[in-house]
Design a protein around this ligand. Structure first.
Ligand SMILES: Cc1cc2nc3c(=O)[nH]c(=O)nc-3n(C[C@H](O)[C@H](O)[C@H](O)COP(=O)(O)OP(=O)(O)OC[C@H]3O[C@@H](n4cnc5c(N)ncnc54)[C@H](O)[C@@H]3O)c2cc1C
Length: 421
């Protein structure tokens, strides 16, 4: 619906080309934003998704779809359709220690229709979910829309102002959702300050080719440790998604040593990868993930809610960022669809979303921090290959404990399910 531009807007000095109205205005077309858009649109809530890029194709930022998300997609009748997109599956990493390979986690044992992590290019996943949302008349997607300002009236957020290629526009909404990721502009505009911790590592992501006739790695993922680095490989349809984990703050040092030092790190960890490592010749082939873990003390204020990375950035240990972003979206849809349909969303409703999702976030962040301090930091200090820690060997022999890490990675601490389908 187009509303006339009011005198008040003209007085601000920004030339607002259009003012439109919706019930829920979602900022950010990442996993959290597209999923919440779909869930609200199918419940009949008028929803507008604003994404600043012109398409969903962005730098690599993880392609993992966990069992909990597959189960939610199954509830929506969409899991089999997603599986038609070319993909690979991971059931758990094979870790290469000095005294042999070891599999600490096996999702294949979990009791679910989807006992694996699905790897699908994130761009395909986002296009797929946005395409499903577009089937509902209440959904509107605006690409190339960069939110720059919150519209606030009487102490409440009433929408956003965004820059499009043809100028400034405004969306008024009962509820604005900040799903705009780890560098959230909405969070900054709302005046929320996340509490940050700096995990002890950073990750360089890149692709390595699959060698002809190369046999699969058991579980679809490989991990190796050596000389202050951890190397990870995830099996993709026609390449290896590879990551080199190194001590935080050492990126410039690595760069100064040149790409050859990255190739050397890989071959030191596993000499069989020497030929594949030769394909790395340029820093342009790599994406740096500056590892961060953070959480906003408050996720909401009247008329506004943060979800996904905007509310909490998860460390990459266990690769749960996308999983948690989508579970936030499911909880938000379960709690807010009815209030949005009646046009009355209270602070109590918004606080309920934070209450439901903050606790699982805290628990997983606590476990990630423990793993980082005890396993990752030790591995990064190791100057040579290490043996399988005896505690790990013992752990996987205790049936009641051995599947706990797999369950946590697969479903998180609190498994969100759609209440109304
Ligand atoms: C290199 C890298 C690798 C990763 N690997 C994994 C992995 O393997 N598994 C995993 O689970 N997680 C991984 N993550 C983390 C994962 O990407 C995030 O946890 C997840 O994407 C969060 O989803 P989100 O929807 O909250 O935010 P995002 O995915 O960050 O989406 C936010 C969206 O908001 C848009 N936006 C930002 N500002 C504005 C604005 N002002 N106006 C309009 N739109 C805006 C952005 O363009 C973006 O599309 C990785 C992250 C990085 C950086």
């Amino acid at each position: 619906m187009n509303l006339p531009v009011t005198a008040d807007q003209k007085l601000t000095g920004d030339e607002v080309r259009s003012v439109e109205q919706t019930s829920c205005c979602i900022v950010g077309g990442g996993p959290a934003g597209v999923m919440l858009s779909l869930l609200l649109a199918r419940r009949g809530v008028p929803v507008t998704l604003l994404e600043m890029h012109k398409d969903f194709d962005r730098e690599f930022r993880g392609d993992t779809i966990h069992p909990s998300i597959m189960e939610i997609l199954d509830q929506l009748g969409l899991a089999d359709k997603l599986l038609e997109i070319p993909h690979t599956k991971i059931t758990g990493p094979t870790l290469q220690f000095a005294n042999g390979p070891f599999r600490p986690i096996d999702l294949g044992r979990l009791k679910t229709r989807f006992p694996y992590i699905l790897l699908v290019p994130q761009v395909r996943f986002l296009e797929f979910i946005a395409g499903e949302a577009a089937k509902y008349p209440h959904f509107q997607l605006v690409m190339h829309a960069q939110v720059q300002k919150l519209v606030e009236e009487d102490g409440a957020v009433r929408g956003v102002r965004y820059a499009a290629p043809d100028g400034i526009h405004e969306f008024r909404a009962t509820l604005t959702i900040g799903a705009d990721g780890r560098f959230s502009q909405v969070r900054r505009l709302a005046g929320f300050e996340p509490i940050k911790t700096a995990p002890p590592m950073d990750v360089l992501w890149f692709r390595l080719p699959k060698a002809p006739g190369e046999s699969e790695i058991t579980g679809g993922a490989f991990g190796g440790i050596g000389r202050g680095r951890i190397f990870i490989m995830l099996e993709r349809t026609d390449y290896w998604q590879s990551g080199l984990v190194f001590t935080k703050g050492h990126y410039q040092e690595l760069r100064a040593k040149g790409v050859a030092s990255i190739r050397q790190s890989i071959t030191e960890i596993d000499p069989r990868l020497a030929a594949q490592a030769e394909h790395l010749t340029d820093w342009q082939q790599m994406t740096l993930l500056s590892v961060e873990s953070s959480r906003c003390p408050l996720w909401h204020k009247p008329g506004l809610l943060l979800i996904g990375d905007a509310a909490h950035v998860m460390s990459p240990v266990g690769g749960v960022g996308i999983n948690y972003a989508i579970q936030d979206a499911v909880a938000a849809a379960n709690i807010l669809a009815k209030p949005l349909l009646t046009g009355r969303v209270t602070e109590t409703d918004l606080a309920e979303v934070q209450r439901r999702r903050e606790w699982p976030t805290r628990v997983i962040q606590g476990l990630q921090s423990f793993m980082q301090r005890n396993l990752v930091a030790n591995a990064l200090l190791a100057q040579k290959a290490v043996n399988i820690p005896w505690q790990l060997r013992l752990f996987v022999r205790i049936p009641i404990l051995r599947d706990l890490p797999a369950r946590l990675i697969a479903f998180g601490v609190r498994r969100e399910r759609l209440k109304e389908i």
